[in-house]
Design a protein around this ligand. Structure first.
Ligand code: GLA
Length: 738
């Protein structure tokens, strides 16, 4: 028996992050970061397999790694095919009967590859996975090369992607390339999200049984129904309990994500881009690289989400700065663009303490309603004879930044652009795609269309010194073929969009961009690599928003989710809510106002200004802390909040979201605080304790109750009975105990 050789260590054994051995158990790679271990084995000459992805295994010596690999090796049952554990790119040839990782062919040949490893080396500080390995492999017969990158970032988030290259002289028809990560059999419950316009991110749970649970988007964007994450976990997992493994595809076009359990006893979470029929043909020498697939392990959903939050905070941090208070004109004026009306709105925005004014829709040529004008990105001279300058200088004069709404990929058939360039519109089958909101989609991969858009956006940003673009994408892609052939164009469209965003950002380094798609229809780590926040939903009803934000936070930290205070009576639900409930809900996001505040009462304005001040005072905490969502048995009461990284303070919300079965909801636990610290508990803002409370618990009326983090977690606080649409916001200020 050869003694395994430790071939790479980045840190001393006590805090070992990367261990690699090669011995009779094959090459073993042990990656460790932030409480997570990822153990990879190259058991034979094939692609690596994941032996463990989950809780940290501690620092392991070479012999210990080898013994563990032996312990985890699956026996081959008599009569069963001589397979091997499923690889990161699952291969049919090894008796894997689930979805194949690579699917494609050359006229019916080379369709079942068997990759032989040609290299394995460690990589450090790759862009997305800080510590990781790069595996190269080849199938000589199929004439294909495969490269796999897999790593763990500082927060323990797995980043994984693969690239296939055609080595033959004939083209290779690529039907799909997905990568996957196995989870243990104790993960037997699934959580994913669905949704629709104005009701994004609806959770659904079900057992993980034998078969495939597949979620796809064929909408040309992730979609309002996109799951954001597919989570497998141990039975009954919650926000704070149970082991969970969550997966996300970082791609803004068509995608697929799935959980599979085979009769052979393997469970795999996988995903990647969804390619349409004939969409990608690899010419000789051409390659295709998958988007990043991200995996997060955690004890409870909060822990799992936390790794994504940290990753995103690092990814957007170079361009991150304080999130300004936005006033957006959409639900304030819709298409009623008049200079006096808008300057009055800007005046009110300045009075309440807003910092950015965003002119939403309706400003460009022919755009008097949503039936015309998309594509004609010139300021409408009929409405704005002097351009946007009078408005922009007024806004700037008030000390506010100026932002502008655009929907670059879209075109109304009723526009100058569509009349001049009908050949720039995505279509197939010799017909126009069915309309949605009277609009069609521009072929961004067409150099003419691309250059035109880049020029228009660049010019507008330069001319008006635009600080912020709200980048919308309202329709789904249907029959999205590229003229003149009509071949599928979603992949090329997504790539071209990324190029467009990257180029604009390069030209305007200070420019911030919001990803909106009728609300949260384009939320993914691909778009967030090049934008600064997403629009959570077109629904501003705070009761709906509580749910939308809670589940959007499964992937995103609060500061990346645009959240606005709307008018008292919601445009979309017809329900009326207090300002405290509307503002106390928007507080846990990138805060804004979308309401005609030029006409509100002095009292409302004063109260709103107070809320803006509360947000501005606490935004560093809300935007930098860890998110807590409490598992409370009463479905009518939600408890959530944010705890500072050093646990010195926290803000918690007790929210009435319905009516419950009991008179009082009982004590609620406030977990995640420092057990050894005492916290002074006070109401965050006077208005955040509703005067209408049916009963006020003693701790909320006194001079300030002090409790340790341990007591708050283990015993908790009696929650007041709350009606739907009431909330209590708490500030917990930590004091060191002796
Ligand atoms: C979409 C967006 C809204 C608003 C309108 C403007 O619906 O989601 O926020 O910008 O377009 O037409």
């Amino acid at each position: 028996m050869t003694v395994p050789r430790q071939i790479h260590h980045t840190e001393p054994a006590g805090d070992q992050r990367v261990g690699m051995t090669d011995g009779d158990a094959g090459d073993l790679v042990h990656l460790r970061r932030a409480g997570v271990s990822l153990l990879l084995a190259c058991v034979d000459d094939g692609l690596p397999v994941v032996l463990h992805w989950g809780a940290d295994l501690g620092a392991l010596t070479g012999p210990e790694l080898t013994d563990l690999a032996t312990a985890l090796r699956r026996p081959v049952r008599r009569g069963a095919p001589d397979g091997r554990p499923v690889g990161i790119v699952p291969e049919h040839t090894y008796a894997w009967f689930g979805l194949p990782g690579l699917s494609g062919h050359r006229a019916g040949q080379d369709w079942s590859p068997r990759f032989i490893r040609t290299g394995l080396r460690s990589v450090e500080d790759s862009a997305e996975g800080a510590d990781g390995v790069l595996v190269t492999a080849r199938d000589e017969t199929a004439a294909l090369d495969l490269t796999i990158e897999i790593g763990l970032d500082q927060g323990g988030l797995v980043g994984l992607r693969a690239e296939v290259r055609n080595l033959a002289a004939e083209p290779y028809q690529l039907d799909g390339l997905t990568v996957g990560l196995p989870v243990p059999p104790r993960a037997d419950e699934l959580l994913d999200l669905t949704g629709r316009w104005c009701r994004e991110r609806v959770p659904q749970r079900h057992p993980l049984t034998v078969g495939t649970w597949l979620r796809e988007s064929r909408r040309g964007k992730p979609g309002l129904d996109a799951t954001l994450l597919l989570v497998a976990g141990t039975a009954g997992f919650g926000f704070r309990a149970g082991e969970v493994w969550g997966l996300h595809v970082g791609w803004s076009g068509n995608h697929r994500i799935h959980a599979e359990r085979t009769p052979e006893g393997e469970t795999l979470l996988g995903g990647g881009e969804l390619l349409l029929p004939g969409e990608l043909v690899l010419q000789p020498g051409d390659g295709y690289r998958t988007p990043w697939l991200y995996g997060s392990y955690g004890v409870g959903l909060d822990d799992m989400s936390g790794r994504f939050h940290q990753h995103l905070r690092r990814a957007v941090s170079p361009r991150r700065r304080t999130r300004p208070v936005v006033v957006n004109t959409w639900e304030a004026v819709y298409f009623d663009h008049r200079l006096e009306r808008l300057t009055a709105l800007a005046d009110a925005a300045a009075r309440i303490g807003a910092e950015r004014f965003v002119l939403d829709d309706g400003w460009f040529r022919g755009r008097r309603d949503d039936r015309a004008g998309l594509g004609d990105w010139y300021v409408d001279p009929d409405i704005w004879p002097d351009g946007l300058h009078p408005l922009v200088s007024h806004v700037r004069g008030l000390g506010l930044e100026f932002g502008l709404w655009v929907e670059p990929e879209m075109i109304n058939p009723d526009s100058e652009l569509a009349r001049a360039h009908p050949d720039w519109i995505l279509a197939t089958g010799g017909r126009m795609p069915r309309a949605q909101r009277w609009q069609q989609v521009l072929d961004l991969a067409n150099p003419g269309a691309y250059d035109h858009l880049l020029d228009r956006l660049d010019t507008l940003v330069r001319e008006y010194d635009v600080a912020y673009l709200k980048w919308d994408h309202n329709r789904d892609l249907l029959d999205a073929g590229r003229p003149p052939t009509g071949r599928p164009g979603v992949h090329a469209q997504t790539r071209a969009l990324y190029r467009l965003l990257d180029t604009l950002r390069e030209r305007h380094p200070g420019l911030q961009i919001e990803s909106c798609a009728s609300g949260g229809g384009r939320v993914d780590l691909g778009i967030l690599a090049r934008t600064d926040r997403i629009w959570g939903s077109d629904c501003l009803d705070p009761l709906e928003r509580q749910s939308i934000q809670r589940w959007t936070q499964l992937l995103l930290p609060p500061e990346l989710i645009g959240s606005h205070v709307g008018k008292p009576r919601s445009h979309h639900t017809g329900r009326t809510h207090s300002l405290a409930f509307r503002a106390g809900t928007a507080l846990f996001g990138s805060f804004g106002v979308e309401w005609d505040i030029s006409t509100i009462s002095a009292e409302e304005e004063r109260e709103l200004a107070e809320w803006v001040a509360v947000y501005r005072r606490h935004r560093d905490l809300i935007h930098g802390g860890s998110v807590v969502r409490v598992d409370h048995p009463d479905p009518a009461l939600w408890v959530h909040g944010v705890i500072a990284p050093d646990r010195s303070e926290a803000i918690m919300a007790l929210v009435g979201v319905g009516t419950g079965p009991t008179t009082t909801p009982g004590p609620v636990r406030l977990p995640g605080l420092d057990p050894d610290r005492r916290y002074r508990i006070s109401a965050l803002a006077p208005e955040s304790t509703p005067a209408s409370l049916a009963a006020t618990p003693a701790w909320l009326t006194g001079a300030g109750t002090r409790l340790s983090g341990r007591a708050l977690d283990r015993a908790g606080l009696q929650a007041p009975p709350l009606r739907p649409g009431e909330l209590v916001l708490l500030h917990l200020h930590g004091e060191r105990t002796g």
